[in-house]
Design a protein around this ligand. Structure first.
Ligand SMILES: *[C@@H]1O[C@H](CO)[C@@H](O)[C@H](O)[C@H]1NC(C)=O
Ligand SMILES: *[C@@H]1O[C@H](CO)[C@@H](O)[C@H](O)[C@H]1NC(C)=O
Length: 430
């Protein structure tokens, strides 16, 4: 995040009320079983939302009742007003976005803290404005931003469409004569805890699709994320400064990393992930501009990568500090992946060439276990580690990556201390 974004978010957080609006009048209610489901079983919320069931202690706030039209016209104000109602409710409350409707939203912030547990049930479609000037004077890094909320559930089976085409066209990665600037992330969760995000489709984001930043205790599940393979920097799920996050049953195909895990990510588990097209699953990049970055305790378990440019990748810049450690990639099946297993300590995604530097982010305790399938290049393993800070405790166990045409594969393993377990196909780091 740029400095501008940080400043913006700190202003935003400082402007949150620090306590209940009127603590004196707030009485804890006895919640019947029905409303206790808000953050648990989504079906029950959906049943409750079907108008046939009434729940005295679950407040349903339908955006249609706040003037949102659902015909593709600007619904930002209606959503803002609906959210105020939800967030100030003294009992659990849900913002309801009806099915088969199409709402246009300009940049919007759903900010907490809220008085009770809150949900947003998106059944219809949210469309981003494709007028870039709607971001003038606003924070250009975000479209839909949830910030400073505890106990939030976002679900509903609907679609979030970033309409990113105009942003891609004006990206310096597509049109080299244009200056490089950031485009909005479709949906960001910032400083939010006890969060469940599930059953949503996020498509054609302006840049990153779904971002978790400074969040704690997150479950992201059953998300379908897609944009074209040539859309620039459209990471699927981006995790930064976030701990205890579980991602499962997500199907991601974009123009950049399916999942990117960067500085401050701790205890991340991703299971049952389908990825492709895209750049694979990445840790990093870390250590850019001599920064000190930390990532630890990451498990990627049970994934299918199809046609991606990289598979499982750790990327760090020269000159950085910190570590990426306690990382496990297991039970991964690849199909036609260009660079299946990569540690790149010479990562350099800048216009200027990078020069050799002594310090580096330490990469240690990384296990690759039961990694199988076909590769689209000749190189199945590519470890480019730093001379001064070699990669350590790298374990390769049951690796079987082959060329679809049966051709010979090779590995390139420099400055890496690794050990073997189980069975490796020939010429694995030999
Ligand atoms: C609020 O959410 C938390 C979990 O995030 C849950 O333990 C608690 O029971 C919920 N409270 C209500 C009133 O639904
Ligand atoms: C690239 O940007 C320049 C400067 O705005 C513009 O003149 C040109 O038409 C653009 N090229 C394409 C292919 O869009």
């Amino acid at each position: 995040m740029g400095l501008q974004g940080l400043l913006f978010i700190s202003l935003l957080l400082f402007s949150f009320p620090t306590s209940e609006a009127d603590p004196g009048s707030y009485r804890r209610r006895n919640y019947p079983a029905k409303s206790a489901v808000l953050n648990g079983k989504e079906n029950t919320v959906e049943e409750l939302a079907s108008d046939e069931v009434t729940a005295s202690d679950l407040e349903l706030v339908n955006v249609a009742n706040y003037g949102a039209k659902g015909d593709g016209s600007d619904a930002t104000e209606a959503f803002n007003n609906g959210w105020k109602k939800v967030c100030s409710s003294s009992s659990s409350a849900a913002l309801m976005v009806p099915a088969n409707e199409n709402y246009l939203l300009k940049p919007i912030i759903f900010s907490g803290p809220c008085r009770s547990n809150v949900s947003v049930m998106i059944k219809g479609t949210l469309q981003a404005s494709s007028d870039q000037s709607d971001w003038d004077g606003a924070d250009g890094r975000h479209w839909i931003l949830f910030a400073g909320i505890n106990n939030l559930h976002v679900a509903g089976g609907g679609t979030i469409n970033g309409n990113g085409q105009i942003w891609w066209k004006n990206s310096c990665k597509i049109n080299k004569s244009l200056p490089c600037k950031d485009a909005p992330t479709a949906i960001t969760f910032y400083s939010t805890s006890n969060l469940v995000v599930e059953n949503l489709k996020v498509t054609n984001s302006q840049q990153i699709h779904v971002q978790f930043e400074k969040c704690t205790n997150v479950r992201a599940s059953h998300l379908t994320i897609n944009s074209p393979s040539n859309s620039p920097n459209t990471d699927g799920i981006h995790i930064t400064s976030t701990r205890d996050i579980n991602i499962d049953h997500c199907n991601i195909g974009t123009g950049d990393d399916c999942i990117s895990i960067v500085n401050g990510a701790q205890t991340v588990k991703a299971m049952n992930i389908a990825c492709g097209p895209g750049h694979g699953i990445s840790i990093g990049s870390l250590g850019a501009q001599n920064s000190e970055d930390h990532v630890s305790d990451v498990t990627i378990d049970t994934a299918q990568l199809t046609g991606t440019t990289s598979g499982l990748r750790i990327k760090t810049w020269q000159g950085g500090k910190g570590y990426a450690r306690h990382i496990r990639f297991q039970n991964v099946n690849m199909k036609n992946v260009q660079n299946p297993i990569v540690i790149d300590q010479n990562y350099c995604d800048s216009e200027k060439p990078c020069y050799e530097q002594k310090s580096a982010v330490l990469v240690s305790d990384v296990t690759y276990k039961n990694i199988k399938g076909t590769i689209a290049s000749d190189t199945k393993i590519d470890f480019k580690c730093s001379k001064s800070v070699p990669c350590q405790e790298i374990t390769l166990e049951d690796i079987n990556l082959v060329k679809a045409d049966g051709g010979i594969t090779k590995s390139s393993c420099s400055n890496v201390r690794w050990s073997q377990k189980g069975v490796l196909s020939p010429s694995t780091c030999a």
